[in-house]
Design a binder for this molecule. Structure first.
Ligand code: PLP
Length: 410
């Protein structure tokens, strides 16, 4: 009998096939990985022992017999963290644990977006948020950014233009506290103006605070948008950046009518219970100390990357100044299309995120790119940036040789 071609029966909208995973390149600056040296292993081992010793028999039941919102001690921790650090009032009843905050993005799109709807997203943003909105059939409009986040004047103009055409966007998606990819923090006056515009035009805010726990020492963030206007805002967050992305733990906070709909979307039998138990146990005792240590380590790596870029690219690169997080967003001269660098960089063992994939208007970000500094060691950052500069020079002539002040003979 002929080989059965199962894929000939796929639905029309089935996703394209995934490539086989062939491992990471030597200098891996892509994605949102964490620093392996800063995973608090002894603390996690101790937390696993304590949590399993206390609650382990509950693993016999779906959702640990605590219902679909998630493990109660973890929801209590999240509610306390949101109240204490982000000004969001509420209890464990206002929190849904998700399998990564990406699942929260899926739920919000599923609940709010129908094909043909419009959504507003910061002009440079998390690729997963732009892609998911488009997969839901949304038309995505980019919101202009400056060094402090959304430009409120531009947002007002966009909302007024759309209202004049009877278009009410389904949401304004924003990462106000350590924006991905720019690393900015939206100041309080802009937050107040943003929630006022949301109320005036009747457009909900979808607030993503994936990186809000990772602020540089001495940097303070204003209250979350959900703290300022609770009923207008769906708020999501993650443990991927503050603890570990392999855990697949995120959360959502919203008023009950919306949260109840999100819970209705949670048809996966519950987020991994041991992950929830370990994170709850560890963070209930060590959250403040851990994020301080992590942020200090990340800030040191950022400094290494900034120095390496200055040495290798000189004035050919303009970098943003992140106030926390794990990414550096930068721009090469307009003549450089970073998409032409992806393959030669990979061949040289370097992976980076091209700006067009992190932008609502791909063409407008053709000279921009994002580097994650959390995963590589300081030495890998130095070597990888130097190797990237070599590739860039070979392909585009930029940076010119004179920019390379660290290795003039190179
Ligand atoms: C802004 C933002 N939101 C959400 C996510 C999804 O993260 P996770 O599903 O690991 O929580 C990411 C991942 O990098 C992100 O950058």
């Amino acid at each position: 009998m002929d080989q059965f071609d199962l894929t000939s029966r796929l639905a029309a909208d089935a996703p394209a096939p995934a490539p086989r995973f062939t491992g990471f390149p030597r200098y891996n600056f892509i994605g949102g990985h964490n620093d392996p040296a800063l995973i608090p292993l002894p603390g996690l081992i101790e937390a696993a022992r304590a949590a399993l010793g206390r609650d382990g028999t509950k693993l016999a039941m779906y959702n640990l017999s605590q219902g679909p919102q998630g493990y109660l001690p973890l929801r209590q921790f999240v509610a306390g963290k949101l109240a204490g650090h982000r000004g969001i009032k509420g209890t464990a009843e206002d929190v849904l644990i998700t399998s990564g905050s990406g699942q929260g993005i899926d739920f919000v799109n599923r609940l709010l977006v129908a094909p043909g709807d419009t959504v507003l997203i910061e002009e440079f943003s998390y690729a997963g948020a732009i892609t998911r909105a488009r997969q839901s059939g949304a038309k995505v409009i980019g919101l202009p950014l400056d060094a402090h986040g959304i430009r409120i004047d531009a947002l007002e103009t966009i909302l007024a233009d759309l209202a004049a055409r009877d278009i009410r966007p389904k949401y304004i998606y924003t990462i106000p506290t350590i924006q991905n990819p720019t690393g900015s923090i939206l100041p309080l006056d802009r937050r107040q103006a943003l929630v006022a515009l949301s109320a005036r035009f009747g457009v909900p805010i979808f607030e993503d605070e994936c990186y809000a726990d990772l602020l540089w020492h001495g940097v303070a963030a204003p209250p979350a948008l959900r703290a300022l206007a609770p009923s207008q805002v769906v708020h999501i967050g993650s443990f991927s950046k503050s603890l570990a992305p392999a855990l697949r733990l995120g959360y959502a906070s919203a008023d009950w009518p919306m949260l109840a709909r999100m819970i209705a979307c949670k048809a996966d039998g519950g987020t991994g219970a041991i992950d929830q138990m370990v994170a709850a146990e560890y963070f209930t005792h060590h959250f403040t100390g851990h994020v301080a240590t992590l942020s200090t380590g990340l800030a040191a790596k950022l400094a290494v990357m900034q120095d390496a870029l200055a040495a290798e690219f000189g004035t050919a690169v303009e970098t943003w100044a992140p106030e926390g997080g794990i990414f550096l967003w930068m721009k090469l001269p307009d003549s450089v299309d970073v998409r032409a660098l992806v393959a030669p960089a990979l061949a040289a063992g370097i992976a980076f995120n091209p700006g067009p994939e992190w932008a609502v208007d791909a063409e407008a970000a053709k000279s921009q790119l994002r580097l994650c500094f959390a995963l590589p060691t300081a030495q890998e950052i130095r070597e990888g940036v130097a190797a990237f500069a070599r590739v860039c020079r070979e392909v585009t002539g930029i940076p010119p040789r004179s920019a390379n002040i660290a290795h003039p003979g190179d």
